[in-house]
Structures are given as C-alpha cells and as structure tokens.
Design a protein around this ligand. Structure first.
Ligand code: HEM
Length: 136
C-alpha cells in the first residue's frame, strides 16, 4: 500500500468506527443477507462478535505502516479461523460485505481512491490470513 492509501484507510475507518456498533450491525446484516449459509458458523452473540471484529480491523489498520509488528497475531487469528470452519472462498464474501458497509457508512466520502485503498488493504490482510492458515 502507498502512504496515501494508508492515510485514506485510516481516516475513512475513523469515520466509520465513530459508530462502531452501527457499522458492525450493518456488516453482519449484509453478510448474512448475501451468504446465509455462513450464519451457523457464528455461535457467539453477534453484538459481541461485532465489537471484536471492529476492534481487530482498527488494530490492524493502526499498524498498516508497520505490519511486521502484527504479522504473528494475524497468523494466529487465521489459524483460529480455520478452526471455525473458515475457508479461502469465505474471505471474498466477507470482503464484499465489508466494502459494502464502508460504502454505506462513508456515503459521499466513498471515492474511487478510498475504494481502491480499501480493496488493497483487505486483499493484503485476507491473503496473509489465507497463507497463514495454509502454512498451519
Ligand atoms: C480480515 C478478516 C477478518 C478479521 C479481521 C476477523 C476478525 C475476527 C475476530 C477478531 C474474531 C474473534 C475471535 C478470534 O479472534 O479468533 C473473529 C471470529 C470469527 N470470525 Fe472472523 N475475521 C475475519 C474474517 C472472517 C471470515 C472470512 C470469516 C468467514 C465466515 C470469519 C468468521 C468468523 C467466525 C465464524 C468467528 C467465530 C465466531 C463465534 O465464535 O461465534 N471471519 N473474527
């Protein structure tokens, strides 16, 4: 990611995370709308799950300029995900629900540049999770 993309992802996430509960709810509603078959994988309370997801995205984004610091945590998270039954193809579905959520949450701030920055960011994160799950 370029420095500009990192800045764009950080600043746009700040806007969305200002109402993290709403963004989380929007995300899971969208996810279960486009992929209802994923719903049974989520056993825990979805409000709690939503908080964990939002926290983790924020945490990783904060470290986008020094990803080496979090690569171990991302790998461990990927391995736990394999244990939840998460497969490679699920990352694409989750990515599209995430982009949709960002688009809704950011409204006029969702520009082509912001979109490209987020696609790059999610691709980076999801491909490192997929790789780590494979290596396990
Ligand atoms: C960038 C990608 C993702 C991030 C940052 C993320 C983040 C998280 C976090 C922080 C948790 C809490 C438990 C833990 O840390 O192990 C979690 C749980 C979970 N995630 Fe993800 N996740 C991602 C992708 C996915 C994908 C692609 C799926 C596929 C459906 C998925 C399904 C789940 C499930 C089923 C749980 C367990 C829920 C439960 O115990 O009820 N996640 N995720």
């Amino acid at each position: 990611m370029t420095a500009t993309q990192i800045t764009l992802v950080k600043s746009s996430w700040k806007m969305v995370a200002a109402d993290a509960d709403a963004a989380g709810a929007l995300f899971y509603n969208r996810l279960f709308d486009i992929a209802p078959e994923l719903k049974p994988m989520f056993k825990a309370d979805i409000t709690e799950q939503s908080k964990k997801l939002m926290y983790m995205i924020g945490y990783v984004i904060n470290k986008l300029d020094k990803l080496d610091d979090v690569i171990g945590e991302v790998a461990a998270m990927a391995k736990r995900h394999a244990g939840y039954g998460v497969r490679d193809e699920h990352y694409t579905i989750v990515g599209s629900a995430l982009l949709w959520t960002l688009e809704k949450g950011l409204a006029e701030h969702w520009t082509e540049e912001v979109k490209t920055a987020w696609i790059t960011c999610y691709t980076l994160l999801s491909s490192s999770m997929i790789q780590a799950a494979k290596a396990a």
